[in-house]
Design a protein. Structure first.
Ligand SMILES: [Zn+2]
Length: 189
């Protein structure tokens, strides 16, 4: 009985940690959402990402940012996370991220991005909404829970999940409507 109580407490604590966010977290996820919106305005699936380095005093500095833009860049690897990683690594002249760096991204990362984040030695990942179709941090699989990697990334999720999902939904609805209008116009020709 006692063991059951301890386990339950542990699960509740873990759950709280997963959904506990501070002012910095909110500020930078909001920034990532703004970047996602920028992507939507350019016709790209709206996903935004911000890399933030924290020092020991808790001061934060944005070291990289990006939004999804494979269409504009003719580059299937130009996901928001990769664009932000390249931005940070170029700024810092380093192929690895500094310690205590968090990535704020509006959508659960895919296979490629999880791999890149491990290579970059990211410390902490915070993502907003899940990607049920191909998300690799819990939805289809959890790559970060595999023990064959030589690096661990802390994960938190759910921050501004509804806002991120809304931006994506609006984007896809708009795109569907545009296609419908095009079809209607074509049938009139
Ligand atoms: Zn990706």
């Amino acid at each position: 009985m006692a063991i059951a109580t301890i386990n339950l407490t542990f699960i509740l604590d873990a759950k709280n940690w997963m959904t506990q966010f501070n002012q910095n977290d909110k500020k930078y996820m909001m920034y990532a959402l703004e970047l996602a919106q920028k992507g939507a305005e350019q016709g790209e699936v709206p996903v935004g990402a911000v890399l933030v380095q924290f020092d020991e005093a808790g001061n934060a500095a944005v070291i990289g940012r990006g939004f999804n833009q494979p269409i504009a860049k003719h580059d299937p690897t130009s996901h928001a996370e990769i664009v932000a990683l390249r931005d940070a690594c170029r700024n810092l002249n380093n192929y690895r991220l500094p310690e205590n760096t968090s990535l704020y991204v509006t959508l659960e990362p895919c296979t490629m991005c999880v791999g890149a984040l491990i290579h970059a030695r990211l410390n902490r990942l915070v993502f907003a909404t899940t990607e049920p179709r191909a998300g690799m941090v819990g939805s289809q699989a959890n790559l970060l829970a595999q023990d064959f990697y030589n690096h661990n990334i802390k994960v938190q999720s759910g921050l501004y999940a509804d806002e991120s999902a809304q931006i994506l939904q609006d984007f896809f609805r708009k795109r569907r409507n545009m296609k419908k209008t095009q079809l209607t116009n074509n049938s009139k020709d």
